[in-house]
Design a protein around this ligand. Structure first.
Ligand SMILES: *Cc1c(COP(=O)(O)O)cnc(C)c1O
Length: 421
């Protein structure tokens, strides 16, 4: 521990990290013997439970066969199978799969793809449009398209300019949403008009903005964003790093919203939370703009571990478990709603919201809203004592459990939360 620099952590003031010895199903086991229920799927990656035997077996079998090989000039079955499986589910025009390592690189790849797509057609398009509150990762390009925030403030001079439009979040009982959607769409239209033929792409976290505090928008909003993108002849990129693989109650948010983007970014749940891997999937039209005799039209991007066979094998095993778990990730919203109705009138909670496997609410505090709201630490500590792992985003308390969580376990989580609040 003395030699490790932990992410998103101020070592001077943070409590020492908890040591995890093992994890099975929805439960983490600490080295002091305490068991805590993983209510947020370990940074939103776990789908089917920890240390799943089918994923473990797939990784082991693959490791004995082919652990890794350079992916330029070589190919292998795990990568090809994974691409085929996903394309059977992703909406039709998405047809080409580019591999990388994590959500941030999936976004970097999408940005570079979009930019060069225009460049290869002799168009200079340098403007990206993103949404207020957006989070797309921590590398410099991904930070640039994210909202300017506490996380990016120090680096603001390094980031390229991006145009932002409002994200019309909703909650249960919200009757103002129509007006907010119209305002956001009007702003988007204005920015598109001003950008003219220099807009490379619109980038959005579809249906749910995660880091912004689980802000949920309506499918109809995304449909109108797509219409505007089409009308103004620009690309639409969906960052489904968090929303992919069942999180919103359908296999992908794009399916739930009935919107087909030109590029989609996938990572977190891709391997069921077992190994780092990411995909950027694009349409044949985009791919064709790079297919050329001109070496300058090549997409010169790649990573040492691109399409790592172990990651691909884990992803294939996880994909098979997605079929088994389909009733669970489709059914979890109804369970959340039941429990939320119980909390609906609590004076210390507001803006209760739910989509698929994700439920969220704002805690009323005297502190300023935002990531640094101190209630987050209070809840985290109390939760551990109550046997839960929760990590509120400032004053936003949310649940995003693995799909293996039982009805009893979920009831346990809500009863503990109610007591804590
Ligand atoms: C987590 C996340 C990322 C970044 O993924 P990393 O694997 O942490 O780099 C990008 N976009 C969204 C929507 C995310 O939730």
């Amino acid at each position: 521990m003395q030699h490790i620099w932990y992410p998103f952590t101020q070592a001077k003031t943070a409590p020492p990290p908890l040591k995890v010895k093992s994890a099975h199903g929805a439960w983490l086991e600490l080295d002091n013997g305490q068991r805590i229920l993983d209510c947020i799927s370990s940074w939103w990656v776990n789908l089917h439970g920890h240390s799943h035997p089918a994923i473990a077996a797939a990784i082991y079998e693959q490791a004995k066969q082919l652990e890794h090989v350079i992916f330029a000039g070589f190919t292998h079955d795990p990568a090809e199978q994974l691409a085929n499986l996903l394309l059977q589910r992703l909406p039709e025009p998405l047809s080409r799969v580019f591999f990388s390592d994590n959500g941030s690189t999936a976004v970097e790849v999408a940005l570079k793809m979009a930019y060069q797509y225009w460049h290869n057609q002799r168009q200079t398009r340098t403007t990206f449009i993103a949404f207020e509150g957006a989070y797309h990762g921590d590398t410099v390009g991904a930070m640039s398209v994210g909202a300017r925030s506490l996380f990016s403030e120090v680096f603001s001079d390094l980031l390229f300019d991006v145009k932002y439009v409002p994200f019309p979040g909703i909650h249960i009982g919200d009757d103002q949403v129509q007006a907010r959607e119209e305002e956001a769409l009007a702003k988007l239209e204005t920015v598109l008009q001003q950008g003219g033929d220099r807009v490379a792409a619109i980038l959005i976290e579809p249906l749910v903005q995660g880091v912004a505090g689980m802000q949920i928008c309506r499918p109809a909003f995304l449909q109108q964003v797509q219409q505007l993108a089409h009308r103004h002849g620009t690309l639409l990129i969906f960052d489904e790093v968090m929303t992919g693989f069942g999180r919103t109650g359908d296999w992908f948010a794009c399916l739930k919203a009935g919107v087909t983007p030109d590029i989609i970014c996938l990572s977190k749940g891709l391997t069921g939370g077992s190994l780092p891997l990411a995909l950027t999937v694009c349409t044949e039209q985009i791919y064709n703009a790079f297919y050329s005799d001109d070496p300058m039209h090549t997409f010169y991007h790649g990573h040492s571990y691109t399409a790592n066979p172990l990651g691909c094998a884990a992803a294939i095993a996880s994909w098979q478990l997605m079929h088994e778990n389909e009733p669970r990730f489709k059914g979890m919203e109804a369970l959340h709603r039941q429990h939320l109705s119980d909390l609906q009138d609590h004076p210390r909670l507001e803006k209760l919201r739910v989509i698929g496997t994700i439920a969220a609410m704002d805690i009323v505090t005297d502190d300023e809203p935002g990531y640094l709201n101190q209630i987050s630490h209070v809840i985290r500590e109390k939760a551990i004592a109550a046997g839960l792992f929760l990590r509120p985003l400032g004053e936003v308390l949310y649940l995003m459990p693995p799909y293996c969580i039982t009805e009893d376990e979920l009831a346990f989580v809500y009863s503990r939360i109610k007591a804590m609040i």
